[in-house]
Each structure stands twice: as C-alpha cells, then as structure tokens.
Design a protein around this ligand. Structure first.
Ligand code: SF4
Length: 339
C-alpha cells in the first residue's frame, strides 16, 4: 500500500469579523474552510476544485503553514503538525514545497537563476558552494533547461521557462509533496501541456505527491488521480478522476462539469445552469449550503447538513439524495452498456 503523505482531518479556517473602532469585538466569522478532510498518498495527485472563494486556496495555505487552522489537524507521515519538534517542523517545511500561478511574482527579479534555485539549499543544507552549484545545474537539466542558464536573470526567460525555474527551486530540497496552485493557468495554452507533462514525469520519477489547486477542469482531469469538489468551505464530493468526470453524483459537481463541457461538441449532455450566486461564507445557508441553488432540494436540505457517505469504493458524496442519485446513475450506465 502506498504511503499516506498528508492527512487533513476536519480542517477549519474561520476568519473573525470585528465591529467597533477602539474596542473592536468579534461579531461573526467568515467560514473560509469548514471541516475539510482528505489524504494524499505518495505518487498521487489530489485536486481541489470549485468556484473562487470555495476555500481551496485557504486549505493549501494551511498545508503550507501560511495560515493556522482554527480547528482540525494536519498529519504528515502520521504525525500531527502541532506536535512536531522544531527539527521535525524544519524537515516538514523542506518536505512540502509550492509552485504558484505566476512565475513573474514568485521569482526574485534581482537574483540570478542559480541563486534563486540554490537559495533553499543555502538556508537548509550546510553544503559548500561548489556542491550547491552542481545541484542547481543538475536541477536545471531535470526541468528541461540548460545548466549554463544558472547565470541569467528571470526576465531573460519565457513564461514557460520561468515556471520550469520555479519547479526546479521547489525540487531543490527533495520534497515529498508539492502544492501546485494554478501552475499552468498564467501560461500560453501552447506550453501548458509541456509543463503538465514535466510535472507528471517528475512525479513518476520521484514518487511526489501533488495537491493541485486549479479552476480549469481540463487541467484537473489530465493531472489528477483523485478530485475533491469544494463548495462554500466544504468538500461535497471526492472520487477517482475518471469516476468523477464520467459519473458525478452531487448536484453541484454535475453543474460544474456540465458547464466545463459546454464547449465540447462531442457531448450531448445539456449544460446545467445554476440559479443565483454562491452565498457569502459570512452567512452560509443552514443545512446543505447548496440548497438555495439545488433543483433537487428537499425540505430536509435546508435544515440538516449532509455528511459525506461512500457510494462506490472511494466515491464519497455529501448529499441527502446521494443514494437515489447513485441508483439513477447506475441505471443510466447499464442502459448505455446495453447492446
Ligand atoms: Fe441538493 Fe439536498 Fe443534495 Fe444539498 S443535500 S445537494 S440541497 S439534494
């Protein structure tokens, strides 16, 4: 069984909302992430998808230690981050790296590429400068650049090459897990596939785990082994990628996928248009927070929050109607398979 690298257990991030000027008091909270659980295994890509504001970036920030969870735990290789010794926490920081959307802003324009990639090695590993230079050149080769590129500045590269530099920097400390926050969305469509293939090759080579944050479902489908769909701070559906895209169960996932497929002439499914806007996480609807927009909603849905239940192996759905929707999907599959 492949090792579980990271486990999020009932993770919450609530941002306090204060009122008053001099004696500010907390009057409410924004529930950016509201009880999220998932695991990421070695060599696996888990994607978090959902509309902006659904909590996927805040979840990634908690894993990168850029935000403290309000409640819940993050376990890395079975150890709760809150219980790590300073030495173990240093190792966690080295083991979990990130590649962000915009390589322009994530690379220091005043440093040469050799210094950008070598900086984590200088800070974390007591190595002679010659050894660091050799490792930097090796990393440049691994990401498809030339070793002598270490002498250039970021502005001397194209967008795709800059993202390769960001990936080389993320690899420098031999991480186990990389958070990929929209890694190709700022790139030209023509070079997105190159970067995605590079990331897949590196994953295959080193057994890297990826947490992918992306809004483009084509990217998610190509890159991921499993997908977790988020709505208003909660995961509403998790499944293997193929299963999720071919037979989505949750009404929100169905709408999300149908909207993404509308540009494909080969699909006959009609787009599901959701009424209204995503409600504010400051005042989420009671019960199932999707109920004001759900065409399947029952009276129960506005009162009771659905808990995720496993419908098929590894396919979890948080919806009161999950069993009914699964039965309907199974009937559709068997009708499709009938000669
Ligand atoms: Fe729709 Fe009810 Fe399911 Fe929520 S629980 S998605 S409102 S059917």
């Amino acid at each position: 069984m492949t090792e579980v690298l990271l486990e999020a257990q009932s993770l919450k991030k609530h941002f306090p909302v204060t009122a008053g000027f001099i004696l500010a008091r907390t009057v409410s909270s924004i529930k950016a992430v509201d009880g999220v659980s998932f695991i990421i295994r070695q060599g696996e890509t888990l994607s978090l998808v959902g509309e902006s504001g659904c909590g996927k970036t805040t979840t990634a920030k908690m894993i990168l230690l850029l935000e403290d969870p309000t409640m819940g735990s993050i376990l890395f290789r079975g150890k709760d981050l809150q219980r790590l010794t300073p030495a173990e926490m240093k190792e966690y920081r080295a083991s979990v790296q990130a590649v962000f959307q915009d390589p322009w802003s994530s690379l220091n324009p005043r440093l040469r590429v050799g210094s950008i990639i070598g900086e984590p090695l200088v800070v974390n590993r007591a190595l002679p400068s010659k050894a660091i230079q050799e490792q930097v050149r090796e990393l440049l080769l691994q990401v498809g650049l030339r070793p002598d590129h270490d002498d250039l500045y970021p502005h001397e590269f194209s967008g795709g090459q800059r993202q390769r530099i960001a990936i080389a920097r993320a690899l420098s400390l031999k991480p186990a897990l990389i958070v990929l926050d929209e890694p190709v969305s700022a790139l030209d469509v023509s070079i997105r596939a190159q970067i995605m293939n590079l990331l897949k090759d590196l994953q295959h080579q080193y057994g890297l785990g990826y947490l992918l944050i992306a809004h483009n479902l084509a990217t998610v489908r190509y890159m991921s082994h499993r997908v977790a769909v988020m709505y208003l701070g909660k995961i509403v559906e998790t499944a293997q990628t193929k299963q999720l895209f071919s037979h989505p169960q949750h009404p929100y996932t169905r709408a999300l996928i149908s909207a993404a497929l509308r540009s494909r002439p080969d699909t006959q499914d009609e787009e599901i248009v959701l009424p209204g806007e995503v409600p504010s996480p400051l005042d989420p609807p009671p019960g199932c927070s999707f109920h004001p927009r759900c065409s399947n909603a029952l009276p129960l849905c506005s009162k009771t929050t659905p808990v995720p239940r496993e419908q098929e192996r590894g396919h979890w759905v948080a919806c009161h109607l999950a069993e009914t929707l699964t039965v309907a999907t199974r009937a559709t599959i068997s009708a499709e398979e009938r000669p």
